[in-house]
Design a protein around this ligand. Structure first.
Ligand code: G6P
Length: 615
């Protein structure tokens, strides 16, 4: 949440920082700012609203200099205003700080600094940290070469909370200091330049050589290079790696929005999640990254899946898939709940943490809680360089490529197909026969063509969205493997259109939700041809009897459904474990078209952020 880019090198910093901020805008976009040291002093420009506002301001008064820090914000403490935007400046006006995370004891620190006569300008926790570092800097000997580094370290020893930060000071004009605890920070190493950023996407166009800071690392960069210290007892040491990241993948191409591009990429991203993981000879899946022996896998007698938002919904589909294919009991819990719960897990319980970014604070909290209690935790993750990837015992990468739109789409279908692979792997070690395994492989291999068929309905779905554009509220119903899809369909709709939307297990309709039905409240029923079809149609009729408009997601060739629904999105015939991948795409398109029709900011919906790195 929030994005940081900092640069020290031999080029002009401003254009590099702005380009990096644009790539990070998906992390937060309430306000943004930049500070540059130009040899004479510190200059800062901050603007509320999108990065375009900052660019407009800088176009009029460009900042020159080859050392700079910048930030795009998603507000936690203090409203989104020019003054609350980062960088924050200390009491002397000479130190600038960009910060992601939350300083939990900021009120206490603020009071202490106020007692020393310092006057604050904002309500933010970051300003308190800037003042605190500045306070230490001013009390150190002006001749010290490592004055800023020491000031940052002394200040951070007083702090509880999380941070990824970069500080610069006018009196040490060729130095920047970065530090990390709980909020990612990556060092980019170029020939005559260095970057610090909260995400490799901000710097990948300039350098492929990176090192991820670990918690408590402090890195000091000057014109000669960098050095590392640690605030913990750990030996400081960075692991330098080459990133395989195509900056081009994160551009729009011919699509009007990233969300549409990413919806259409699903033909490929689902294949990428499966590539090399099907074992045709043995009719099973192979997932090398699990780091578990076949014996370990056989011994698992319970699985707990955890995550947030869309990843949680994928887990809910995964619960049904694994139970039905592998007969292993599965529990699912929101990461934010699980991390605070005293869940009685035992050694044979496997915890699966699902996260596109691998940086969601609650998911990391849940995985740390599980590991603290000695449980094996595996990750299902897209971001190979993420904290989740580093802190889990193993897992499965999604290889979906960068997902830029705040509303998750392709990551969801990749997560679901990985659950199918896991279900098949565990199932084949238990009950599934080779011929059942073969059928599953065929169903997985059919997906790319089936997804293409669903995508062809985009125009039809847009026309249906046009018809319901005046709706104030929508309901989504599904059961079993389609229940998670009902929740995800409702989430997509509310996230990007701001229409009130709720998802429910279909049969719960009668237990309260039915009171919401009227002629202006459309209901989307997920009713592919499966074991629950007849029951679904019964519920659907209860809505129609109360004049509620019905949109059905049904299986191609289902002629009966025409008699029951006002509008239909068809999906190809598929087994119940791959059908959710197809049905969700119709709802992604429905929400997308509705948002465009309503003139919403599709890729950057209000109040949201792609990666929520605060609890
Ligand atoms: C935020 C995003 C959602 C996402 C959730 C979990 O709320 O807006 O789209 O599903 O975080 O993110 P993760 O990266 O952990 O999958």
């Amino acid at each position: 949440m929030c994005g940081i880019v900092a640069y020290l090198g031999d080029k002009e910093a401003q254009p590099l920082l702005l380009e990096g901020l644009r790539r990070l805008e998906y992390r937060g976009y309430d306000s943004s700012g930049i500070a540059i040291l130009n040899g004479k002093g510190l200059e800062t420009v901050k603007k509320v609203g999108r990065i375009q506002n900052l660019e407009n301001a800088l176009a009029l008064h460009p900042l020159h200099g080859s050392l700079g820090i910048s930030h795009t914000r998603w507000a936690t403490h203090g409203k989104a205003t020019d003054v609350n935007a980062h960088p924050h400046i200390d009491a002397s006006g000479k130190l600038a700080l960009v910060h992601n995370g939350v300083i939990e004891n900021y009120s206490l620190l603020k009071r202490k600094l106020e007692e020393k006569g310092l006057k604050f300008r904002t309500e933010t926790d970051t300003e308190v940290l800037a003042f605190l570092i500045g306070f230490h800097f001013d009390s150190l000997d002006a001749a010290m070469d490592n004055r800023l580094e020491v000031a940052v370290m002394e200040a951070l020893r007083e702090v509880t909370g999380t941070y990824g930060l970069v500080a610069v000071h006018e009196d040490q004009p060729d130095i920047m200091v970065g530090a990390r605890r709980g909020s990612p920070l990556v060092l980019g190493i170029g020939p005559h330049e260095h970057f610090l950023a909260s995400d490799v996407s901000a710097i990948a166009a300039h350098t492929q050589t990176v090192a991820h800071l670990r918690d408590f690392d402090v890195v000091t960069i000057d014109r000669q290079g960098y050095r590392l210290k640690s605030l913990s007892q750990n030996q400081a040491g960075l692991e330098i790696s080459q990133i395989d990241y195509q900056a081009a993948e994160a551009t729009l191409g011919d699509f009007p929005h990233y969300m549409l591009k990413e919806i259409f990429e699903q033909t490929m991203s689902v294949q990428n999640a499966v590539r090399g993981r099907l074992n045709l000879e043995e009719s099973t899946a192979q997932l090398g990254g699990l780091n578990l022996t076949p014996q370990d896998l056989r011994e698992i007698d319970r699985i707990l899946i955890t995550g947030c938002g869309t990843a949680m919904h994928a887990g809910m589909v995964g619960e049904y898939i694994i139970e039905s294919l592998a007969h292993v009991p599965v529990e699912i819990d929101y990461a934010s709940e699980f991390r605070l719960r005293n869940s009685p897990l035992d050694r044979r319980t496997l915890v699966l943490a699902v996260s596109q970014s691998g940086e969601t604070e609650d998911t990391l909290g849940a995985l740390r809680e599980a590991r603290r209690k000695g449980h094996r935790v595996l990750g299902i993750c897209n971001n190979v360089a993420s904290t989740l990837a580093r802190e889990t015992d193993g897992g499965v990468y999604m290889y979906a490529g960068p997902e830029i739109s705040v509303a998750a789409t392709k990551s969801f279908t990749s997560q679901v197909v990985i659950f199918v692979l896991l279900g098949m792997l565990l199932g084949r070690m238990r009950f599934l026969s080779a011929s059942q395994g073969r059928e599953m492989i065929e169903a997985i291999e059919a997906l790319p063509d089936q997804i293409t068929t669903v995508l062809r309905q985009s125009d039809h779905i847009r026309q249906v969205a046009e018809k319901y554009r005046h709706s104030k509220s929508m309901l989504f119903f599904g059961r079993q493997m389609q229940y998670g899809i009902a929740l995800e369909g409702a989430l997509k709709m509310k996230e990007i259109t701001y229409i009130h939307a709720e998802g429910h297990p279909t049969a719960e309709l009668k237990h309260g939700v039915i009171a919401l039905i009227d002629e202006n409240t459309p209901s989307v029923f997920l009713c592919p041809r499966d074991g629950a079809y007849d029951k679904n149609i019964n519920n659907l009729q209860q809505v129609r009897a109360r004049k509620g408009p019905v949109i059905a997601v049904a299986t191609e060739g289902d002629t009966e459904i025409q008699n029951h629904a006002d509008d239909i999105f068809f999906i190809p015939d598929a087994p119940e474990y791959t059908a959710p991948i197809l049905s969700v795409i119709t709802l992604q398109l429905f929400a997308y078209h509705m948002a465009v029709i309503l003139g919403r900011d599709v890729d950057k919906p209000r109040n949201l952020a792609k990666s929520v790195t605060v609890p």
